[in-house]
Design a protein around this ligand. Structure first.
Ligand code: ATP
Length: 363
């Protein structure tokens, strides 16, 4: 188990900044997921940790030791890619043993480590098969086996489930998490899929345009998104953001939405315009509610439905019971769960510090 620390890590490709002054600590034994849209710098960050890409500035520390200038093979870290290159003409056993043979590990030690990894991954029955004919899931298990036998200080995984179909991905997510619990090895995992991140991570690091916007537990990221971008990116459907009338003073307990008073948790002073953020499930149908609008579409999802409601403040999504019985065109009123309302500075997109916010900014 190792602690990985990134200190002011920065990466430029020519004039383009792919990773911007990143500070992040991955605690020993944690499963940390780098999450963000395509091109946000996840893979570049991972490749710098692995030693496959040199940072333009900043440092990488593993267990306190500065490894920034060390080559990949000197860092004792295993990397699992989406397209893991297995040797198709070799058996599963030989594929898994390959890195150990390279390091001249004694034969009995190789046999015992391969056996232990195969048991953990439940691939003992296919150890003597060639990898060429295996299913995607089995190939992924073999790739993981090859990483596990090295007993590295940490695992880095770049969209390792990317090629699998949706059902199988879900299963592999659970397996990966179980495997992590068994190995307790520090893992940094890259994905652009929020459900994968929510299902597996101890901590999620949300990135955009080379910057870390928030690093926190899935619960905190979901309930207290640090920025408007995070609130939009996490959650399906995303958080609603509604413009507040006028200025907001420190300690204020209500704001005006299109002239209607709405109670909110106390928060700090805002310098300029403010947005109120609220998740669709924290809106409730309420004839006397302060938000008024008209249903324009509904998405029936079996256990509940999501209504798209046109209001004077823009389109609002509300998650309501499956029996709400509202068709397109129906007028509705909505009330907001006070303790779930969050206020954001409109120009910076940042959450205003408030009494109920756990922790605070990271990264
Ligand atoms: P994806 O999920 O699409 O892989 P990502 O978040 O992993 O996205 P990166 O692969 O880290 O993104 O790339 C970040 C940005 O840096 C992208 O705009 C990419 O085009 C650019 N980039 C990455 N590698 C290079 C390179 N070797 N030369 C020039 N630009 C690069």
């Amino acid at each position: 188990m190792a602690t990985i620390a990134l200190a002011n890590l920065h990466k430029r490709f020519g004039d383009f900044v792919a990773v911007r002054n990143t500070n992040l600590t991955v605690g020993a034994g944690r499963f940390v997921v780098l999450l963000g849209p395509s091109g946000c710098g996840k893979t570049t960050t991972l490749r710098m940790i692995a030693g496959l890409e040199l940072p333009s500035a900043g440092r990488i520390l593993i267990d306190g030791e500065d490894v920034t200038a060390l080559r990949a093979r000197e860092r004792d870290i295993a990397f699992v890619f989406q397209m893991f290159a297995l040797y198709p003409h070799m058996t599963v056993r030989d594929n898994i043993a390959f890195p150990l043979r390279n390091e001249h590990v004694p034969r009995h030690e190789i046999a015992s480590r391969v056996g232990a990894a195969a048991r953990m991954l439940r691939i003992e029955g296919i150890l003597d098969r060639k990898t060429g004919g295996l299913s995607g899931g089995d190939r992924q298990r073999v790739a993981l086996g090859r990483a596990i036998v090295r007993q590295p200080k940490a695992f880095l995984m770049d969209e390792p489930l990317g090629t699998l179909d949706a059902d199988f991905r879900e299963l592999m997510c659970l397996e990966l998490r179980k495997l992590h619990n068994a190995l307790a090895a520090t893992t940094v995992y890259v994905t652009h899929d929020q459900s994968e991140a929510m299902a597996m991570a101890d901590d999620i690091v949300v990135m955009n345009e080379g910057e870390v916007l928030q690093a926190a537990s899935p619960h905190e990221i979901y309930h207290y998104p640090a920025t408007v971008f995070v609130g939009n990116f996490i959650g399906s459907p995303p958080m609603n953001f509604l413009p507040v009338d006028g200025a907001v003073a420190a300690g204020q307990e209500q704001v005006l939405l299109h002239g209607a008073p709405v109670p909110v948790p106390r928060c700090g002073q805002a310098a300029g315009r403010v947005l109120l953020g609220i998740r669709p499930e924290h809106l409730a149908l309420d004839e006397r509610g302060p938000l008024r609008g008209r249903v324009v579409a509904d998405e029936y999802l079996g256990s509940h439905q999501v209504l798209m409601i046109e209001t004077a403040l823009g389109m609002v999504r509300a998650r309501v019971g499956k029996d709400a019985g509202l068709a397109a065109g129906a007028p509705v009123g909505l009330s907001l769960r006070r303790e779930r309302a969050l206020l954001y500075d409109q120009s910076s997109g940042r959450l205003l510090p408030g009494a109920t916010q756990a922790g605070g900014g990271h990264g």
